[in-house]
Ligand binder design. Structure first.
Ligand code: G3H
Ligand code: 13P
Ligand code: ZN
Length: 308
């Protein structure tokens, strides 16, 4: 059933867990996310970036994903990820998304507030939830000057003010994660004290972007299959669990699904050189993505701090 982000995250807050948001762009990725969620009887978020929507078409993906979300046996939010403008938000509203993100995090504070507030005005008018973002989602590096690193992380008092001034339903915060496969050069870390302070001050659910785990077994297999992958590093499961315990209620994953997809396709083609039925190839990819989503949902269950 299709629900808003607000409804999903309210339940997560009451029970102390985080809802997984997974980036999708076609039939198979969406099937993987929904099948995994249904197997575990867990609510889930189908997230689409603007790039994914350019790739698949707003109207086409809107019809597909909305239909799939409505018919799912678990609560599903259809969410615009990193919306960059009010025009994008309006397209999402027109094509049936139940949740949008307006990402003004790169803007000066006042401009971020003004843009986000406008997104909230148009989205709330039709009952759609809004996620905003404050701070720069870029890792805490071992070799970066500590002060410089901290300056980019979300300030708890400013975050409280931002939520009050914009009316957002959820807030993405920067506590040391970054997008993509290469998150850390040294030891993976998050500013957990800052996260607790944010949870204490900010009256809406907190969102963690750039949270992929980049599992070592997938990286090793990717290498063995000839992928040029360097030395990627993600957020370890235990650190993610700790983040949920400290108040994260929505966790975004894209990279892990991309990796699982690519490894599965490479493996399948290596093992079945005579097969050229795309459905068989995509089925292998879909099964690999299902496993990743199931694992992530299991990690996100079971925080201990309950909100309000
Ligand atoms: O946070 C960004 C997501 O990983 C989406 O990436 O813009 O390449 O679709 P994309
Ligand atoms: P990852 O690159 O860590 O998967 O992050 C995805 C994300 O934040 C999407 O908004
Ligand atoms: Zn993101």
């Amino acid at each position: 059933m299709l629900v808003t982000l607000r409804e999903l995250l309210a339940d997560a807050g009451r029970h102390g867990y985080a809802v997984g948001a997974f980036n999708v762009y076609n039939l198979e990725s969406a099937q993987a996310v929904l099948r995994a969620a249904e197997t575990l009887d867990a609510p889930v978020i189908l997230a689409t970036s603007e790039k994914a929507l350019r790739y698949g078409g707003w109207r086409e993906l809107g019809v597909l994903l909305r239909t799939m979300a409505r018919e799912a046996r678990v609560p599903v939010a259809l969410h615009l990820d990193h919306g960059s403008s009010v025009e994008s938000v309006l397209l999402a509203l027109r094509y049936g998304w139940s949740s949008v993100m307006l990402d003004g995090s790169h803007l000066p504070y006042e401009e971020n507030v003004a843009l986000t507030r406008e997104a909230v005005r148009v989205a709330h008018a039709v009952g759609v939830s809004v996620e905003g973002e404050l701070g720069e989602i870029a890792g805490i590096e071992d070799d970066r000057a500590v002060e410089e690193g901290r300056a980019r992380l979300t300030d708890p008092e400013q975050a409280r003010k931002f939520v009050k001034e914009t009316g957002v339903d959820a807030l993405a915060v920067a506590v040391g994660t970054s997008h993509g496969a290469y998150k850390y050069h040294g030891t993976p870390r998050l500013d957990l004290e800052r996260l607790s302070a944010l949870h204490a001050r900010v009256p809406v659910p907190l969102v963690l972007h750039g949270a992929s785990g980049v599992p070592a077994h997938l990286v090793e297999e990717a290498r063995a299959l000839g992928m040029e992958i360097g030395d990627p590093q993600g957020v370890p499961d235990d650190l993610l669990r700790e983040a949920v315990q400290r108040g994260i209620r929505k966790v975004n994953t894209d990279t892990d699904l991309r990796l699982a997809f690519t490894v599965a396709v490479r493996r399948f083609l290596r093992d079945h050189p005579g097969v050229f039925d795309p459905r068989k190839i995509l089925e292998a990819a879909r099964n690999a993505m299902i496993k990743v989503v199931q694992h992530r949902i299991e990690v996100l269950r079971g925080g201990t701090i309950h909100d309000g």
